[in-house]
Design a protein around this ligand. Structure first.
Ligand SMILES: [Zn+2]
Length: 85
């Protein structure tokens, strides 16, 4: 399972990658994705942070930077990412 760190909260986020992950797909699907902004910049965000982006307009790099400023970076290994763990 590959992982990437969220550009906002810096959590390590699991992403699906490779055929081996198909086995786990139902339970361990991707927890974040790369957000491509209208200005061409790209950020990798976990779903938590993505939900916190403004939804009344297309998110911009400024929105991501702003969200990042309001978010405390967390240090964890990703194993406690979901509440039900
Ligand atoms: Zn995040």
């Amino acid at each position: 399972m590959a992982s990437e760190s969220c550009d906002v909260c810096e959590r390590s986020v699991r992403i699906a990658g490779g055929i081996g992950d198909l086995w786990n797909f139902a339970f361990e699907s991707t927890q974040g994705l790369t957000l491509e902004l209208t200005d061409g910049s790209e950020f990798f965000l976990c779903f938590d942070c993505m939900e916190r982006l403004p939804d009344d307009h297309e998110p911009t790099a400024e929105d991501v930077a702003d969200l990042r400023e309001r978010t405390e970076p967390v240090e964890e290994d990703g194993n406690h990412f979901w509440h039900w763990r």
